[in-house]
Design a protein around this ligand. Structure first.
Ligand code: GDP
Length: 464
């Protein structure tokens, strides 16, 4: 059965598996009636008589048989997560018990919810902006404390309010311009080009400030594309395993062991790294498979945002190291040098080209060198995040979609300001302002295509 926005939907809101409690969530106009056919309060009352937002204990009955006992909470529209009538039934968290309670609810008139359907309805019913819905999705997927902060209620509300303020500012300029065009003879006050310009500059400043948060938001959320590179046997895989915290990469002293690119997403300080270990870059001779690995490594090095270049401090730099230095010199990513194997006590590298790197860190990847990892983390944090941004408090954008919409809005505002500056009439620049409002509306979700909404909610799980 297909779900439309008027049907009453139901799903298990807790993860599949055994647990203390499972929650079955029902949302829609008929939610209380549907749940009332299944859940019977022990007080003898019926569910529709229960005061909203109080929990009642009762029996869950399917085909005349008590399946379980549990708690039910009724939320009346619009004071619920979805903005519709919602009932949540908590039962014992057994796999079959939970499935049977859901079956009972579905046979009483609800239809199965799609992935993200509850949050999608919250968005459609105006309970959430699109950026807040995205943040809730990210919160569920969070892999670090910093990601939890970034998507916390304070942070997501700050972003929604910021965007709403920008939208109101731009709409007010349009309103004033339209009023002047539509009622030229009325006494509407003297709304001048200078007035419009000032308000547009205000919006521009707010958008620019938000755009500046993207680097930090992206580093915390999506992570920094990072590659470990170096000639064979300098300790790349050992460093990879040290950072990832497990033996993901094979460590041997046989050259050419790592042939494919291994990638892991891991938290390091405030940020996430999308960390790749690569095949050592060297002349592979006749070995075709190793050559393919090396070509892939070179491509990865060229496209990464952060390059961790590893050298063996116990030996002088040789031709292969020089080749690595030459390759990475031509790459756009930020570069950090790791001089590995300090535990050997030999410091044989002379005249290291420090100027090419954000920093040079000496460590022993073999010895779980935590203070060196902390230093590495702080150098990366400093380069990729803005320490003045308080995650968990400030409005921060973190997705390419949000960044693209704001950039588009900024372009149109710049065009409108430029138009005013060369004497184009407010009437003529209003189309640029309309387009800027359009871009901001797509960001907040006020006016956004079905495809974008479908794409965002498809990433949610069923029951959310
Ligand atoms: P890769 O080819 O660059 O990935 O190098 P590996 O991580 O496979 O290491 C090559 C060899 O160097 C192995 O025998 C490691 O045990 C050794 N090795 C790696 N890191 C260190 C280190 O910090 N100190 C010492 N002494 N040996 C290391």
């Amino acid at each position: 059965m297909t779900v439309n926005h008027f049907s009453t939907i139901a799903a298990v809101a807790t993860p599949p598996g055994k647990g203390g409690v499972a929650v079955i969530r029902i949302s829609g106009t008929e939610a209380v009636n549907v749940a009332g056919r299944v859940f019977f309060p022990q007080s003898g009352k019926v569910l529709c008589e229960i005061r909203p937002r109080t929990q009642v204990f009762g029996n869950i009955i399917y085909n005349g048989e008590i399946i379980d006992d549990g708690l039910a909470t009724v939320f009346s529209a619009p004071h619920s997560y979805t903005g519709e009538n919602v009932v949540e039934i908590s039962c014992h968290g057994g796999i079959l018990v939970t499935a049977t309670v859901l079956e009972a609810v579905l046979s009483s008139g609800a239809v199965p919810a799609d992935a993200g359907e509850f949050t999608r309805r919250a968005f459609i019913n105006g309970k959430l902006s699109l950026t807040s819905a995205e943040a809730i999705g990210n919160l569920i997927e969070a892999q670090s404390r910093e990601q939890i902060r970034l998507n916390s209620i304070k942070s997501r509300n700050a972003l929604s309010e910021n965007i709403a303020h920008i939208s109101d500012t731009l709409t007010s300029v349009l309103g004033d311009i339209y009023a002047r065009i539509d009622y030229p003879d009325e006494e509407l006050g003297d709304y001048t080009e200078e007035d419009a310009r000032r308000v547009l500059c205000d919006a521009k400043e707010n958008i620019s400030a938000l755009l500046k948060t993207y680097g930090t938001g992206k580093a915390i959320s999506e992570g920094i594309e990072t590659v470990i590179c170096g000639k064979p046997n300098v300790g790349k895989s050992t460093l990879y395993n040290l950072l990832v915290g497990k033996d993901a990469a094979i460590v041997t002293d046989i050259k050419g062991t790592t042939r494919d690119i291994l990638t892991e997403k891991l938290p390091l300080g405030r940020v996430m790294l999308r960390l790749s270990d690569t095949a050592g870059v060297r002349d592979s001779g006749e070995d075709v498979i190793e050559k393919i690995g090396i070509d892939r490594s070179l491509e990865k090095i060229r496209t990464s945002e952060l390059i961790l270049a590893v050298f063996d401090i116990s030996n002088p730099l040789d031709k292969e190291d020089e080749k690595i230095l030459k390759v990475i010199h031509e790459c756009g990513g930020a570069k950090l040098a790791i001089l590995n194997k300090v535990d050997t006590g030999k410091r044989s590298i002379k005249n290291f080209p420090k100027e090419m790197f954000l920093d040079v860190i000496e460590l022993s990847a073999k010895e779980d060198d935590r203070s060196a990892v902390l230093k590495l983390s702080s150098v990366i944090d400093k380069h990729f995040t803005n320490e003045n941004i308080v995650t968990g408090e400030d409005a921060v954008i973190s997705s390419a979609r949000q960044n693209a919409s704001l950039k588009e809005a900024l372009e149109y505002i710049n065009s409108a300001i430029g138009g005013i500056d060369i004497g184009i009439s407010l009437d003529a620049v209003s189309s640029d302002i309309e387009r800027a409002v359009g871009a901001v509306s797509r960001l907040s979700g006020k006016s956004v295509s079905e495809e974008v909404v479908a794409d965002i909610f498809s990433r949610f799980c069923v029951g959310k």
